[in-house]
Design a protein around this ligand. Sequence first.
Ligand code: ADP
Ligand code: ZN
Ligand code: ZN
Length: 721
Amino acid sequence: MPPLVRVALPVPVTRLFDYRPADRLPAPGCRVLVPFGRRRLVGVVVGIIAEAQVAPERLKSLLAVLDETPLLDAELMGSLAWAADYWLGAPGEVYAQALPLALREPRPCPDPHPEAWTLTAAGHAALAAGRRRGTSLALLAALAGGACRAGELDAAVPGWRAAARRLAGAGLIERATAAPAAAPAPLPAPVLGTEQQAAVDAVAASFGRFQPFLLDGVTGSGKTEVYLALIARALAAGRQSLVLVPEIGLAPQTARRLRERLGVPVEVLHSGLAEGERARAWLRARCGEAKVILGTRSAVFTPLPDAGLIVVDEEHDAAYKQQEGFRYHARDLALVRARALGVPVLLGSATPALETLANVEAGRYRALHLRARPRAAQAPTVRIVDLRAQTLEHGLTPALLAAVGTTVARGEQALVFKNRRGYAPVLLCHACGWHADCPRCERPLTLYATRRLLQCHHCGHQAPVPSLCPHCGAAALKPQGQGTERLEEALARHFPAVPVIRVDRETTRRRNAFEDLLGTLAEDRPAILVGTQMLAKGHDLPNLTLVAIVGVDEGLYSVDFRAGERLAQLIVQVAGRAGRAAKPGQVLLQTHHPDHPLLRELLAHGYAAASRSLLAERRAAALPPYAHQVLLRAEAPQAQAVEAFLAAARAALSPPPGLRVAGPMPAPMPRRAGRARGQLLLEADRRAELHAALRPWAEGLGALPAAHRVRWSLDVDPIDL
Ligand code: ADP
Ligand code: ZN
Ligand code: ZN
């Protein structure tokens, strides 16, 4: 029997598909075009096999082999197969996810370099001898000064393509292998502090082998300088570095810093990139030419044939978890890849995830600490402002307003943080108690005052603002609670002479709006900044000396067991905005629960102590990271359909000892966008037990009769239940 080709196809099933080769046998990792039912699909070859899973007469042949050499190398193929197995994805969909969109098309790979042309020696001679006329002459002349990109030629020599074909045929011009755009000479690096140097030395000593590190340092402690020093070392050895950041907003400034310091091009991979560009950058990484690659979550799939180092900045950030489709975690996948590649991986954070701290505790990761802030005079002072029995001005205490007042009077800037967009989270009738709810989610609608509408934060549903109560007809509708829009208005009224700048998803919708808004703050003038979580990250604001955190109480008594961890991280990250330069910083925390143990501990002893207490609680309650969870979610217009499916799924599971099953139960939001939602939670103390029980069960779920009436998904290590 001649060999057959086993292919992973982008369809939502775990099985692989076998085909007869057409002419030549493709290697694993190559893309192929195959017939699939009435469709044609691009798949990835996973292996060459001797015997098919199906009867020989049912085997079809490949339509085309799209790659001469594997597009996905052995390491990526292995890491992706691991990922598909671990996060219960369909292998073909995982391979497809790893490829930039443009490479999922049935076309050969594009040239990773932008098209450019240059003169050959014969071309120089022809130009000097004046042997050509018209467009050909114009093209030769245009190239006389050096290689030109196609775009430049479009502008300089209209109709150049026909001439280029003739001249290339005559050997007078050729495609330029564009050297990477010359970068300016690198800026000098600062002299590293003792802790920074120790961190660099520890990681550098692990070059060439797998070792995870946690770089634990407050904002401004110089973590990025540690990354830079290590990337420079990797670069000197001709090795590639991959740097992951949680948000696209953080990519440009980090890219600029890398480029200036390292003096090499930095490939930036993120979802905002044009598809062709993204594919070319990916291909430059694949051929080893791109040495420094910076990107958001999906950049974890970048090929690294000459890998030297992987960095995951702000490793605690929830944005690393993909929340739809293939629900992988980029930090965890980065670790798997580092192991397969045999390189160190550096996880950086001021507020490490409890999962990561548990790995340090278990001796799997080595912790490196940066305790000093190189440029700040001292750590900011933190003070609790008791909200109880205070007269509030749109939710702001007199103490908070006074602190903002003295800050701006000194010519400095204040940040008022509230993690809620809009004017108010609830519109309430004072006469009868009615409030505006989303009809599709059964949750309150947020009031937007300037846009004059009510909007649902869960499904986007919009409604006009009624002028009278729809229930009792009274003219008594009052906004309840505060969002950033209301705080902006209140602060602008209270401080009419000071610019008040709001930064949230509404004011930063336009491209670069975030950078522009913060750019206005770079100067040494007083200002008040009002904003959401977006402000918690990155961005040096040297004149910002006061951070006032308004309304954290929702996080203190939440049913979500991760709420405490998230709140502690958020407080520390936001507080880290204050006093980054020489001026001392101050943090105010306004709360109704000044004696809450988490707040007390965080303020008195810092994040390390608070996270130790949180970990102890998790251990006592047998919750992650000391237990492992998988969540089966289902939703449908009818609640019975959801219940029937989850009950059937539960019945189909024969849980081994050690596996705990909870549910079927309604999701924390039992209705969303008009659909009923429910879930089944599986938990075990040991991961291996969980996965062993899970795989055969997961594969049978789609075949349950009740599965056809619901939309369902499995989430391994879910981060929001
Ligand atoms: P992090 O990434 O931990 O927030 P950065 O690396 O951005 O910290 O450093 C904070 C600030 O301190 C930056 O302006 C940086 O240039 C400066 N800095 C960091 N390390 C040093 C050093 N060793 N000497 C002088 N300045 C430093
Ligand atoms: Zn009413
Ligand atoms: Zn809704």
